[in-house]
Write a protein that binds this ligand. Structure first.
Ligand code: ADP
Length: 386
């Protein structure tokens, strides 16, 4: 919001200065280019003010004359269109961009039409999205403008965030709808007479309970992740005795491990101390070890070990099914799962690894994964030393 307001203020200042200059010059000259050749002291003063304002802008700024040649630009526009040449001056707009949308908006500007909020995309090495605004300059006698000034507001990040938000909302709705549909279906079955059979009744009630718990877990995880991502989680990092913490996490997961016939192995030496928020470290280890159990084969082993280096490394290794290589890059994204249906069956929310990733980042560290299909996976928490 602040950026938009500042951007508009700067734009206002630039337009004012350009108009001031054009009023002095366009009345008796043919093009904006003449500005650059006029060395009257008052023009020099205004020009240096214009240059300072333009170079301070994060938005790309381009002024063209009525032949569509660039007569002024700032460094942001330079980076945007052609960083390889020393200056954009005198180039035709068509030499800078082949984007017809940009050309047509500038053309409107030269015909005296102001255009706002035109979305243009560039497809260089990285896709960038701009909100383009074009203002005619010097339209004194009504025969079209002497030039046009275009401002490119970079909205790539805002757009990406907006897309992310939409995707998140649609995922959340989808994830909540599945258990909710099941709850409604079983309640309706009970209402239409299944209550007379106590065995079915019990079975349906337990399905309803399972789905309600799923929704509960999902909402808890969503709230947790939103709080972490929103920067509303304060870390209290302190020295943590790792062996004891891993012992506690393994104890709390012991019932689940034995239900899957999986052995948990704490390989941490007693003297190892890491620097972290103990509750958050426990949460990260719980998520990783819990996954190790879920995706292990029967009689598998999940081993927790430590390696010292520039950073402390805590490794959670399982000899389970492993993860196909093409999934590894996206594994830590929210709701990303190798097998969605299976993850749900196992009571997963698809948010566990995203929570681990964000907590690790909050610690100034990261989480990485290596995996071999059919052999197992190793998730490594890298934590900075104090
Ligand atoms: P979930 O609730 O599904 O476990 P996570 O975010 O914790 O969600 O994990 C995302 C996905 O990553 C899982 O659905 C699974 O496909 C994969 N995954 C995570 N840990 C392991 C592991 N140790 N072995 C194999 N696959 C794993």
């Amino acid at each position: 919001m602040i950026t938009v307001v500042l951007g508009s203020l700067l734009l206002g200042a630039v337009v004012w200065i350009v108009l001031l200059l054009t009023r002095r010059n366009f009345s008796n000259t043919a093009s904006v280019e003449h500005l650059n050749q006029t060395n009257a002291p008052e023009n020099l003063e205004i020009r240096s003010l214009l240059e300072a304002t333009m170079s301070g802008m994060r938005e790309g700024l381009l002024v063209v004359d009525k032949d569509m040649r660039v007569v002024a630009s700032n460094s942001a526009a330079h980076k945007l269109f052609n960083p390889s040449v020393p200056a954009l001056k005198s180039q035709r707009l068509t030499e800078l961009t082949r984007n017809p949308a940009v050309y047509s908006v500038f053309l409107d500007g030269l015909q005296g039409i102001e255009r706002n909020d035109v979305k243009v995309e560039t497809h260089g090495p990285e896709r960038q999205v701009f909100d383009l605004r074009v203002i005619p300059i010097g339209n004194a006698n009504g025969n079209g403008a002497e030039g046009a000034l275009g401002v490119f507001f970079d909205i790539t990040r805002t757009e990406r965030l907006e897309l992310g938000r939409q995707e998140f909302l649609s995922n959340v709705s989808h994830e909540l709808r599945t258990p909710l549909t099941s709850i409604i279906a079983f309640v309706e079955t009970l209402e239409t007479g299944a209550t007379e059979d106590p065995e079915s009744c019990q079975r349906f009630l337990s399905i309803i309970r399972k789905n309600a718990s799923r929704m509960h877990e999902l909402i808890d995880d969503i709230l947790e992740l939103t709080a972490i991502e929103g920067g509303n989680v304060q870390l209290r990092a302190a020295p943590v005795k790792l062996q004891g913490l891993v012992h506690d996490v393994c104890s709390s997961l012991a019932v689940k491990a034995s239900a899957h016939s999986v052995t948990l192995k704490n390989d941490i030496a007693s003297e190892v101390i890491v620097h972290a928020d103990v509750r958050r470290l426990e949460q990260m280890l719980t998520n990783l070890i819990d996954n190790g159990i879920k995706f292990s084969h029967e009689h598998g082993t999940v081993t927790i070990s430590y390696e010292s280096g520039a950073r402390d490394k805590i490794l959670v290794h399982d000899n389970g099914e492993g993860i196909p290589a093409q999934h590894l890059e996206r594994l830590f994204e929210r709701f990303y799962r190798v097998d969605r249906a299976r993850s749900r069956d196992m009571g997963g929310t698809g948010l566990g690894l995203a929570i681990v990733k964000h907590l690790a980042l909050l610690h100034g560290g990261e989480v990485t994964v290596t995996s071999e299909l059919g052999k197992g996976s190793t998730f490594t928490l890298h934590l900075p030393k104090p």
